[in-house]
Write a protein that binds this ligand. Sequence first.
Ligand code: ZN
Length: 417
Amino acid sequence: MLTLGKYSIGVGDRFAHQAKAQVQACILAAKSGVEVIPVWNKSNREHTIIGSEPASVRAAADAAVRDLKWTKPYHVDADHIRLETVERFLPSCDFYTIDVADSIGQPANANAVKIFTTRHPELLGTLSIPGTAEPFTTTPADIQRIIGKYLKAVKDASEIYHKIAWSKGSDNFITEVSMDETDQPQSPQELLLILAALADEGVPVQTIAPKFTGRFNKGVDYVGDVVQFEREFRNDLAVIAYAVKKFRLPANLKLSVHSGSDKFSLYGPMQRALHDTGAGIHLKTAGTTWLEEVIGLAESGGEGLALAKVIYAKALTKKDELCAPYAAVIDIDAAKLPTADEVYEWRSEQFVGALRHDQANPLFNPSLRQLIHVGFKIAAQMGEQYLQMLKTCEASVSRNVTTNLFDRHLKPLFLQG
Ligand SMILES: [Zn+2]
C-alpha cells in the first residue's frame, strides 16, 4: 500500500503556478524539525470552473519537487471525486478523496443493515474507548439508525475504491473517504460505526474527513464553539485509534480536516490534541494560495495592483453567480463590500490589508476576502493576462504563498507547543 506520512497538508493551487512556493514551506518545516508531506488537491469542480486537467497538477507538482530537490514523498489528490467524475483523475493522481456525502441518508438495503448488526455484537452495549470523555452506549436500534443512514455511503465508497484499485492496482494510491460536505456533523459514535462498515467492505482508508460541528467557511476563521470542537476532535482521535486495532484498518489511519483554510482558532486545540495522543493529521486547505497570488500582485503595486483591482471589480459585478456554488461555505456581508470606485483609489497597503488574513489589522475585510476567494473564475477568464502578471510579480507572489503556508498554518499546527 502506498502509505501517507503522519503529518500532511493539502494545498490547493488553482492555477498550478505556486507549487514551488508551497514546497518551500514544507522545506522550512523540515528544517525546523517536522516532516509535513505536501499533497496537491484539486477538485473536479475547480478543474471545471478553470478549464484545467488533472495532468497539469501532476506536472506542476513533479516540476516543483524536482527543482527544489524535495526527496520526501508528495502526492496529487483527486479531491472530492465520485463514481461519475473519477475517470479523468486515474492517470495522474495517487491520492483519492472519495466523496460520499450525497449518499448519506439514502436508503440502505435492509438485509445489509441486518448483516452488519449480527457481524458486530462487540459494538453493542457500553463501550469504553480509551481517550474518550465518556463511554458510548449503543443499542440495536442505534446501530440500525446509524448504519441505516450511512451504509449506502459506505457501499458507494467501496464501489469507487474498487474501481480505482482495478485501474491503478491497490498498492499504488492513498484512499481518503470524505463526508464533510453535508449539513449534519457526524458524532464520534457514528464515526466508529462508519469505520467498522468501511473495514467490512475492504476499503483501506488512510484518512477520513468527517463533518465537524461549527462553520468552516472558505478562507476565514472557524465560527462555532471551540471547546465543543476540541472535545469532538479528541473523541474522534480516540475512536480512530480504537478502530485501527479493532477492525484492522491501516495503522496510519488519521483524520482529514477539510478546513476551508485558515481555521486559526482551531490550530491550538488541534496541536495540543495531536501532541497529547501522538496522532497524525491531514490538514486540507482550500485554494487560498490563489488569494496569496492576488495579495502578491497588489503588494507589487503598479500593473499588479491595477489587475488585482480589476479582479475585485469584476467579482463584485458577478457576485451572485460566483457565490452560488459555494453558498453553504461562505458568509459575505454585502454591506461590508467596498464599491469598485472606492477600491480603484486604494494604495497597495489598503488592498493588501483588506485581503490578507490578519485579524489584528483593522483594514482586514473578511467579506472582501471571501468574495475574492470564490472569484478565481474571473482570473481564469483573464487567461494569459493573469498568468503573465503572476510571472511579472513572481517575487512578491511566491514570498506571500510560502509565508502564508509556513507562518500561518504549518507553524501553529505542527511546530508550536
Ligand atoms: Zn471537503
